[in-house]
Design a protein around this ligand. Structure first.
Ligand SMILES: Cc1cc2nc3c(=O)[nH]c(=O)nc-3n(C[C@H](O)[C@H](O)[C@H](O)COP(=O)(O)OP(=O)(O)OC[C@H]3O[C@@H](n4cnc5c(N)ncnc54)[C@H](O)[C@@H]3O)c2cc1C
Length: 477
């Protein structure tokens, strides 16, 4: 039977679009962290929307589960099939054409398998800017970004993937194609279905293409790394910098001392940002599309640099900032960003990690952080407390990292640590998933934190679009 099914799939996608042997499929069946391992009937790699539609009609006719996959960099196990071996992994990587870049409408229509970095390069070549940016940009795809509603480094200025999306093309189980592609900024013609699919993690349909917003290319940037008094000081500094730069903050990342320890342990070649390692730090960047912002004035400083410098100097006077450095070259800027961008990889290389991706209101960040530090120390004083990330959006990756100095019973303490994180998130009205989604990792947790009536509506939507539950089952709800 399996042989016949595979022969039929080969008829649809051809030899280059089908992988069945263990070596060729292995990397599609494990997630980036190596936490989940699945099995599949085959990995199918269509090249066109029409082929996706045929695969989906075929899957429906034979009751075969479909697991959409892009770059397979997701953190929640959403793109990994279960271990039954009956699913199809539908990889969009061969659907990687840029259908159109429209500089007049400031938009582009691209296929789901386009790698994010390729989109950066293509838009930059047109003098335009696609602001979605994450450390996985060299591997993740726009389809996966849409599937997870990815956030990343520039949300504070440009919003999440959802806010960058003008339209989507989606193939439903059974093969129907919903062409919701549109370059319109305003369109109130009934329910806005695009928002159902963005962030649905492959549980409703396969996104095959999308129309995304573009922006003028920032041509001047100023980047600084500052030791701050505490989390509250970081939040105050963010608001001051937003005001001083006219909302020009492109990124604002919290970096505690413990994360510096973990990053430099695994990447000693990255330069230390400051002479001494402060307890709490911020990496900040402001940008402008005005070329004059990057030109040095008579004092030899560029306007954007002056904004950061004056803001930091005033914050220093007020006791918010303890020490700071401003990048004077692209190489220095790159080195500051390396500290932040190597954080996920440094965690992966550690002995053990409790990972989270939470969001809180700006006002709750400081008390949450303080209570978490106390709580973690009570459970295990030897853990590295790496609550870091996109604090400009109220988003923290509150990760707890174990190394050789940690107690050997770390694995047993994980439940207590997760309970601590999620109890505190609930106390402060936060979210258990700011940007990574739910996947299989947080499915049980979602069921605990969402109101039953909200879950009922989510299940009703899922059942009406995918009544046989063949789209990525076991994920999200
Ligand atoms: C080093 C590193 C840094 C990261 N930093 C960030 C960050 O700052 N912010 C952030 O939000 N995430 C981050 N991530 C997580 C990850 O990169 C994002 O979730 C990304 O959006 C996933 O894209 P992908 O193409 O790899 O998707 P995959 O991992 O392949 O899939 C992710 C989910 O989307 C679904 N999916 C994939 N393609 C489609 C499609 N075409 N149609 C429908 N559903 C689909 C899958 O079924 C799965 O549920 C990071 C990951 C790494 C490894």
């Amino acid at each position: 039977m399996a042989t016949e099914l595979i022969a039929s799939l080969r008829d649809i996608v051809g030899d280059p679009g089908l992988k069945t042997d263990a070596d060729a499929t292995a990397s599609f069946l494990t997630d980036w962290h190596g936490q989940y391992h699945g099995a599949a009937l085959a990995v199918v790699m269509p090249e066109t929307t029409e082929q996706v539609s045929q695969v989906m009609a075929f899957a429906d006719a034979h009751d075969i589960v479909v697991v959409p996959q892009g770059g397979n960099t997701g953190f929640m196990g959403g793109a990994t099939p279960d271990s039954s071996g009956h699913s199809l992994v539908l990889s969009l990587r061969r659907m990687n054409r840029i259908r159109e870049i429209d500089p007049t409408n400031m938009s582009m229509t691209v296929e789901a398998g386009c790698v994010l970095q390729t989109l950066h390069e293509a838009t930059e070549a047109e003098g335009l800017y696609f602001p979605l940016n994450l450390a996985a940009k060299g591997s993740c795809t726009i389809g996966g970004n849409l599937g997870t509603n990815a956030g990343g480094l520039n949300v504070v200025r440009y919003g999440t993937t959802r806010e960058l999306t003008l339209g989507v093309e989606v193939v439903l189980m059974g093969g129907r194609v919903l062409n919701l592609l549109s370059g319109l900024r305003k369109d109130n013609t009934g329910y806005d279905l695009r928002h159902l699919f963005v962030g649905s993690e492959g549980t409703l349909g396969v996104i095959t293409a999308a129309t995304m917003k573009l922006f003028p290319q920032p041509v001047a940037r100023a980047t600084a790394f500052a030791e701050v008094r505490d989390v509250d000081a970081a939040v105050q500094l963010l608001h001051r910098l937003q005001a001083a730069s006219g909302g020009g903050v492109e990124a604002f990342e919290l970096i505690p001392a413990d994360i510096l320890h973990v990053v430099f342990r695994h990447f000693p070649e990255i330069p230390q940002p400051l002479a001494t390692r402060g307890a709490m730090n911020v990496l900040m960047e402001i940008g402008s599309t005005n070329p004059a912002s990057g030109m040095p004035d008579e004092t030899g400083e560029a306007p954007l640099q002056t904004i950061i410098q004056d803001t930091l100097a005033a914050a220093f006077e007020d006791g918010l900032v303890i020490d700071a450095t401003i990048a004077n070259s692209e190489a220095q800027r790159r080195a500051l960003w390396d500290v932040r961008e190597m954080a996920p990889e440094s965690h992966k290389r550690s002995v053990g990690v409790v990972r989270s991706d939470i969001s809180l209101t700006q006002s709750a960040l400081a008390p949450f952080y303080a209570e978490m530090v106390d709580g973690v120390k009570t459970i295990d004083p030897n853990l590295w407390i790496c609550g870091y990330g996109h604090i400009g959006d109220g988003n923290l990756h509150f990760n707890l990292v174990a190394d050789e100095r940690s107690n050997s019973d770390f694995a047993e303490k994980k439940t207590d640590l997760y309970d601590l994180i999620y109890d505190k998130v609930a106390k402060y009205g936060g979210s258990i998933s700011a940007e990574h989604g739910i996947g299989q990792t947080k499915r049980a947790q979602l069921a605990k934190v969402k109101a039953p009536e909200v879950l009922d509506v989510m299940r009703a939507i899922k059942a009406s679009i995918d009544p046989k539950n063949l789209m990525n089952p076991g994920k999200v709800i």
